[in-house]
Design a protein around this ligand. Sequence first.
Ligand code: NAP
Ligand code: ZN
Length: 346
Amino acid sequence: MIQAKGFAALSAKTPIVPFSFKRRDPRDADVVIDIKYCGVCHSDIHQARDEWGGSVFPMVPGHEIAGVVRAVGPKVTKYKVGDHVGVGCFVDSCRHCSSCTQGLDQYCLEGPTLTYNGYEKDKKTLSQGGYSNVIVVDENYVMRIPSSLSLDKAAPLLCAGITLYSPLVHWKAGPGKKVAILGLGGLGHMGVKIARALGADVTVLSHSDRKREDALRMGAHHFISTRDRKVFTEYANHFDLIVNTVSAGIDMGDYFGLLKVDGTLVVVGVPDENLTFHPSSLIGKRRSYSGSMIGSTRETQEMLDFCAKHEITPEIEVIAPAQINEAWERVVKSDVRYRFVIDMNR
Ligand code: NAP
Ligand code: ZN
């Protein structure tokens, strides 16, 4: 076994503390990765605090992992020692269901093996995430980080980047489309940059006026503070696509009203409460309400290459592991500009 050092939640009510544990020895197709950086996703907080229910402890969070290959198993063909690689929200899937065989392994019908807060294929070993110094992952669930991306800035792409890239591409954000990103946090700010690069007309919908300048600097064409309720009539029937990244419960009916006839609202935020709406806000204009979860391994690689080509990187604040608890409090208060990234060597 490989000795690992990490940072864990031991229960839903306790802060993150240093934690020692073991990783498996590499199997034939496994890659051993020295983790250099790990992004802080709001999902880490939801899960460590058991806000969605069913969390398993001890939990080493972290699914925005960037590192360097330390060793490879004898049958690994894609990676060699020294390569820059990333790992996202899942580290395995069944590989034979209709989703996996279609290249939609994030929607594996048996459930993908989550990078943390789940069990490995033996159904006994807890999977543990990237708030740690080393991870062992099957090469098919490892992504290559293009050389033009630094590892600290690549890390948030593995969840925040792909979670916005996938729906924006699927619902065809591009020239002639009015796209709104609802919530300018870790996910939302990647959505702005990616939607802009895809050629869409991009608007940020934010619950205060505080992030206006940032949004415009990042590439948004327009910024709307939803604090002023007048905007819901002013921008009625305006957008082709809205992606909701908000981590809290909000009334969706308000936002459906902003969609054109046949417009779509895709939810990616996962609050700890239900999202409410009255059906008339959809029915009246044949609007669609949908959801999207991260992206496949193939699409995650495509997204990394797209971000490298278009020079898209997140805006990050690098922290030491000792600052994780404080950083989490700032994420909860929407006071992150725009992604914390943990330097695992500090
Ligand atoms: P984040 O950085 O905390 O951003 C969330 C944003 O939501 C905030 O910056 C804020 O934007 C807005 N917001 C927060 N509280 C609000 C409130 N009370 N009312 C209105 N707006 C509020 O979080 P994140 O890491 O981007 O994650 C966002 C959500 O997506 C989380 O629930 C996370 O679990 C989920 N997630 C889903 C997937 C997926 O595959 N579907 C993947 C990763 C994460 P403004 O200040 O601009 O309003
Ligand atoms: Zn995430």
